[in-house]
Design a protein around this ligand. Structure first.
Ligand code: ADP
Length: 476
């Protein structure tokens, strides 16, 4: 397993998400609040300037300013305007006639020029907003119409006032917020680094063990502390490791068992053939005898290899089961018919009772193998005069096959192991009966493949009963 780069690590992702979650809403909140504050102050400025514009335009209207365009009414209007404001403030006054020509400008810059100012147009036409703002120059505007005696709009006063103070204060607040956000961000970063350390370190422990295991060291375990999700993960992982270790042990044992099983007949063959080769003048009868022995050892190896191949086939699940509808009654009958000569030879009574007709979806070949191995064992491990009885029954969901013998029985402490590969209760005797120790393992695997179970009840020297349960419908 390679090293995880920092930008792929959960720690980094956690830190980033914490940062976004904690800082972004605050920044968003302050931007909204700042916009509201700005709108409020600008509106306040507009309201004040508009009021002053109205007062000054009123004064010019009353003084009939456009009749002789003298400075008197202007001075009066300015004074009125200033006194209308609760506080003093410098602003520029531009007076327009109704053709948008500047007739007076306190800054003397635009006099006699025709300028189209939207607020002035609104005031003279009597439609639209008479206040405005120029954000670049930080200036607010307000216009108000001047009337003649008949009430016609004959001009307008435009007031322009600097709003730099508003923008300066807002900028100050903005910079302060940015500064605090950066500080808060740094604090959050530090906290997140600590928090993620606490969150991630158990995971790192698990990762270390996973990487050890992927290198084939199955004995490593995760140290589990507490009751949180990590400890649950650690515990599940340890259980999985336990199973892996067992599987690995079973594999090693299996390989050593196979070698051992094949080694015995091979050594016999070697000894037998060497003794023939070493003897100068071997009588033909001895040749025959030795060759017969060699032949039976080869047969034994063939049986072992065939059983092994059978098991390998069952283990390779991808080959799957060849499912068809199987009538168990006749399937068992056929098995018993095939085995009855062996039973007769040993003078064993083979009984069959099928309580009801049972049809199930199964792989006929594998099921035949599984059942016949067990019946064969019943015959093999029962002395002459004994009985092997097979009963076929079914309940609501399962077919139930019972194979009961009056044989030698299996000691209680060995009962849990007899389904293991190459396991034999009595090694020497099993060799005499030609057993490989693989028959029950094959039956067990085949029954598991059918989602079934096999159980054993046995009393030493009294007999054994194997019970197979198979779901009638696939997938149960
Ligand atoms: P084997 O080829 O040796 O019979 P199996 O896997 O079929 O191998 O059986 C494993 C061992 O279980 C046997 O060696 C035998 O000791 C024991 N066994 C199996 N069936 C019976 C039975 N019906 N009665 C007594 N012992 C049995």
């Amino acid at each position: 397993m390679g090293k995880i780069s920092w930008y792929h690590s959960i720690r980094w992702k956690l830190a980033l998400s914490y940062l976004l979650v904690s800082i972004l809403p605050v920044v968003f909140f302050f931007i909204t609040v700042l916009n509201d504050i700005e709108s409020y102050y600008i509106a306040e400025r507009h309201r004040r300037l508009q009021y002053t514009a109205h007062v000054e335009a009123g004064t010019l209207t009353n003084a009939n300013y456009f009749d002789n365009l003298t400075q008197g009414p202007l001075m009066m209007a300015m004074n009125q305007g200033i006194s209308a404001r609760s506080q003093a403030g410098s602003y520029r006054i531009i007076v327009f006639d109704n053709r948008f020509m500047v007739v007076h400008d306190t800054n003397m810059l635009q006099t006699r020029n025709t300028i189209i100012v939207p607020e002035v147009v609104s005031a003279i036409t009597g439609t639209g907003s008479t206040v405005g703002i120029n954000r670049e120059e930080e200036v607010v505007y307000a216009a108000s119409a001047i009337f003649n005696e008949n009430g016609d709009r004959i001009g307008a006063v435009l007031l322009a006032e600097s709003a730099a103070d508003v923008f300066d204060s807002l900028n100050l607040i903005r910079y302060t917020i940015i500064l605090y956000s950066v500080i808060a961000g740094l604090v959050v970063c530090v906290l997140v680094i600590f928090a993620s350390q606490v969150l991630i370190s158990p995971l790192k422990g698990i990762l270390r063990v996973v990487s050890k295991m992927s290198d084939g060291h199955f004995t490593h375990r995760v140290k589990v502390k507490g009751q949180d999700e990590y400890s649950y993960l650690g515990r599940s992982f340890n259980q999985m490791s336990e199973k892996l270790e067992q599987a690995e042990k079973a594999r090693e044992e299996f390989v050593s068992n196979v070698s051992h099983e094949l080694k015995t007949p091979l050594s016999s063959i070697k000894v037998l053939s060497e003794s023939i080769l070493l003897e100068e003048t071997t009588p033909i009868a001895t040749y025959r005898e030795f060759l017969q022995d060699i032949n039976s050892e080869v047969d034994r190896m063939t049986v072992i290899v065939n059983d092994l191949l059978e098991l390998v086939k069952l283990d390779r699940r991808e080959h799957g089961l060849h499912i068809s509808s199987v009538e168990l009654n006749s399937l068992i009958e056929d098995i018993l018919k095939r085995l009855s000569p062996i039973a007769e030879q040993k003078r064993i009574i083979l009984l069959y009772e099928d309580v009801r007709q049972v049809i199930l979806d199964a792989d006929e070949v594998k099921l035949t193998l599984a059942i016949s191995n067990i019946v064969e064992n019943g015959i093999k491990y029962t002395s002459s005069g004994g009985t092997v009885k097979v009963v076929l029954d079914a309940d609501y969901q399962n077919a139930v096959i019972t194979i009961q013998d009056t044989g030698i029985g299996i000691p209680e402490e060995e009962q849990s192991m007899i389904f293991n590969r190459f396991y034999r209760v009595d090694k020497m005797r099993a060799r005499g009966t030609g057993g490989t120790g693989l028959g029950l393992a094959i039956s067990h695997t085949a029954i598991l493949l059918h989602n079934g179970i096999i159980q054993l009840a046995s009393v030493l020297n009294e007999g054994s009963t194997f019970t197979i349960r198979l779901p009638i419908q696939r997938g149960l």
